[in-house]
Design a protein around this ligand. Sequence first.
Ligand SMILES: Nc1ncnc2c1ncn2[C@@H]1O[C@H](COP(=O)(O)OP(=O)(O)OP(=O)(O)O)[C@@H](O)[C@H]1O
Ligand SMILES: [Mg+2]
Length: 917
Amino acid sequence: PVRSRLQAAAVRGLTPFVGRDKEVDKLREVLERAGAGHGQIVAVAGEPGVGKSRLLWEFTHSHRVNGWVVLETTAMSHGKTISYLPVSEMLRGYFQIDERDDERRIREKVTGKLITLDESLRPALPAFFQLLDVSVEDPEWQAQDPNQRRQRTLDAVKRLLLRESQIQPVLLIFESLHWVDSETQAFLDSLVESLPTARALLLASYRPEYQHTWGSKTYYTQFRIDPLAPESADELLHALLGDDPGLRPLKQVLINRTEGNPFFLEECVRTLMETKALTGERGAYRLGREVQAIQVPATVQAVLAARIDRLPIEARRLLQAAAVIGMDVPLNLLHAITDAPEDLLRRSLMQLQSAEFLYEVSLFPAVEYTFKHALTQDVAYSTLLQERRRALHARIVAAIEHLHAERLAEHVERLAHHALRGEVWDKAVGYLRQAGAKAAARAANREAVMLFEQALVAVQHLPEGRASMERAIDLRLDLRPPLLQLGHLERVLQLSQDAEAMAEKLGDDQRMARVYTYLINYHYLKGEPELAVEYGERCLRIGDTVNDPALQALARGYLGYSYHAQGHYRRAEFVLKQNVEALESAWGQAEGPQAGISFVTSSGWLAFTLAELGEFDAANTYLDRAQRAAEASGHAYTHTIARTLAGLVWLRRGQLDQALPLLQKSLDACREKNLDVWRPIPSSLLGLTCILLGRLDEGLRLLEDGVALTEGLGVRAYLALWTTHLGEGLLAAGQLERARAVAQRALEQAQAHKERGHQAWALRLQGEIAARGDRAEMNAALELYGRALALAEELKMRPLLARVHLGLGQLHARAGDRDKAQEHVAVGLGLLREMDIRFWSARAAEELMGLGHLFIVARHNVELYEYLKQEFAGEPVTVMLDRRQAERRQRGDEAAGEDRRKGDRRRQDTDQALRLP
Ligand SMILES: Nc1ncnc2c1ncn2[C@@H]1O[C@H](COP(=O)(O)OP(=O)(O)OP(=O)(O)O)[C@@H](O)[C@H]1O
Ligand SMILES: [Mg+2]
């Protein structure tokens, strides 16, 4: 129905079209270019009533668009919270669906048309069904997470249009974008990217307050539609009023007053006719009284209000009731909410039509009216007193429920809108929650948040009691996923705390535990691992008491990640292992996406933990399990988690060729599927990989992204690590000063958020940077490396330990202390060998060659001796086996630093195997 407002007006005779020659010419040009396969966007912007829609209407109803498929749609003033409203409307037009069609018929029409167009579009069917509110019975579609479904929906509509444009050029008209919802916006943004090679023209109209990002496209044209020029306004008045010379002063007054806004002009003329200031008939009027006695209000709203005020009481009440229904007014609904007898209703409707407040838009299957203009509806609505407005909204809820009892699902947004304004609080909460859930299921997070927030307002009006309190808690829980996806962490915290207090009051353990899961998550992300652990433990206790495996898994998972963040790697290893085993036996691997995500995340983070400890073989077994589970789930997010962590482990192990494709794929998936919360991780890891491969520019960009994205989300967990990576990149790129500042920031972040492992990495980096400085900095470098060494030993971070030793070796070499240098390099190399970390082994070997010729390996480490011998065959390095091992124990102890007693057994063994003479 929205498509045909001007169509309906045209039936009664539109004001003759004046001016706009330049715009029409330009549109014709752009259409030609688009028709030749160079897709175009035209934006038509201007004040309300200035003639945007009329221009587009004139253009699309001319012979110029013969041979084009024309698809028109518009955003609506009540539509900001209704995801995809204009897109669904457009599809209804494209598939020729009308009100009478039931689900079966809609399915037939969509399937038929789509398959005829292109058989390969079949997989897109569920997306179209969802947009048209037809239930989707496709297990594969159901199994997808909302983000994936969202992506597929956006793709489906885009592909449909692009495919259609290969057969016939497509003219798309999206009107009134100032009311657009964020999903339709996302659709348009994505369409715009594919436009330049399509035979398609996108015409968009909006009022000046709307903003978009297409301005920089070469295939974009913008028209600002100004009010009519005085000659054009005069022409318009001439057509409406005729050319009686006595009218001239009045015309001048009107043009001045309205400043050439055609809608304002039209309404003024109507007023003058209605008040008999003009007499005669259309096209041939004369002044009915002195020009000086004629009042023209200052705004079009005031003109409309005065006109409404002059209507007979029944007609006025009817118009007001219609305005409460909305821009489009089905007769049966209007009838149901007014008490007027049938014949009076008909008479009033006739009056409203002849005064051009309303137009009749469709006679079949059901009669429907539409307001002449959005401003008309606005003003009619605003002339109502609050109490009557409320009562009407409430009646509309009851009427829709009655009229559409069988298909309420399609109307939840409308019901929610009216129930809220009708202050039918109980229903408002119910419908808003349903509408919010629908939006969340489509990953329309902004709309979901708006709807749930409105429901929170409504719930406050419910009578106090347990049931209301439970609903208030549940709504807060509903709000959390979309808020989190949008990065509104503070609001998540506030809602969780409110909910905690309420659940406590109710003594409701189950709800309390669900609240805890959010608090754990919040504190974890905010870089407050201690609080996360505290809530994790509470949550786990409840999970154990009520024996809820899902809850236990969630709590244990976060405990694991929090311990990891704190650098308690052994403790993290313990709970994560427990979790992995429990999840595997409780659910198997293929049962539902949530179980899959928990399993994969726990296994992946366990592998990460083991990698920090240098236990790569064990890490790999968990990565394999994660990979298998991800494959079984067929779930993009899960896959991405598994891949990212596998990439991380390979990176820690220095096997860059293995890490690179995994991380690249992960990052691509994050971009494509809008996995915003995860994206910083592959970004930073891939960045570091690129740096190590010598791809500095690309690497730095990704590293910067990793940090900026994390900060943008308000996430603090692991920020120190991503910042350290950035510092490494800067150092590699020779940007010493920036590297220094970034490394300092990384250290401070790690300290602030109690991430001790990341402190150790940051200290090593600082040591590395200081070691590049002048001789005066040498001591500082030693000190920093020493602190890194101590921490790494305490936390048993063997890969880091090895790297610190290499750094120390280099430092001593520069200072000319060859003995110490050899000692450290040898220890580092031994560790790297033992863990099979190749990349830095190769570097260490180079280092050794730089140092000189003699390298002595402790007697019982024959394997290392053999390896080195082979490695240095043909090089000016002699490798010897040490026979005086025992005497040297003390010196070795010194070399490893004073914290060595704390070091683990395995490392001591290695050190002993690498005693130097
Ligand atoms: N160039 C024109 N010649 C004659 N009449 C016009 C012209 N432009 C607009 N009108 C008339 O003015 C009225 C308002 O125009 P229109 O609906 O196109 O405004 P709009 O800019 O789309 O407003 P909104 O921002 O509310 O969508 C309509 O009745 C239309 O027929
Ligand atoms: Mg318009």
